[in-house]
Design a protein around this ligand. Sequence first.
Ligand code: MN
Length: 191
Amino acid sequence: MAHDNLKEYREKRKGGNSGEPDGTRNTDNRKNVFSFQEHAASTHHYDFRLACDGVLKSWSVPKGPSTDPRDKRLAIQTEDHPMDYLDFEGTIPEGNYGAGNVLLWDMGTYDLPENTDQDALSESIDKGHFKVILHGKKVQGGYAMTRIDEEKNHWLLVKRDDEEADARRNPVSTEPESVKSEKTIKDMDNE
Ligand code: MN
């Protein structure tokens, strides 16, 4: 499979001064890590970032992840991001692509079912279906991602029915604090 690169990422930010990572910070490119960034851009959403193939595969999830296996959360695949974007938190100034506050809402490591590796994950992403087991502070356990519209890059993010499934928990609304700074997105607004 051809490696995705960060061409689209850089094009979208060309000439700007967004203060975002540019992919030059040294990171372990094979680490199984993920994050969710709350992003108050023109539309409010949560960016799901999953390390694979030396980049962060990325999806914009308008409602954020659910812990209830009955919920199907729309996730729109966006451009691959550099690995050093994983723990980014800050304000993208007006006039730049994605202007607005970015808060590191959750971060952690992931496992793959049946001890498969990132090459298998990469193939599964291309095919439009994969499962991961997330070990975040807020988001834990198995999640399935399934592409439902290839043209629009629409996927569904669904909690698997395991021990960490909990229909009553709603971390998106009850645990808004950053895992990096303990701020909320409203705190960032008032700074
Ligand atoms: Mn975003």
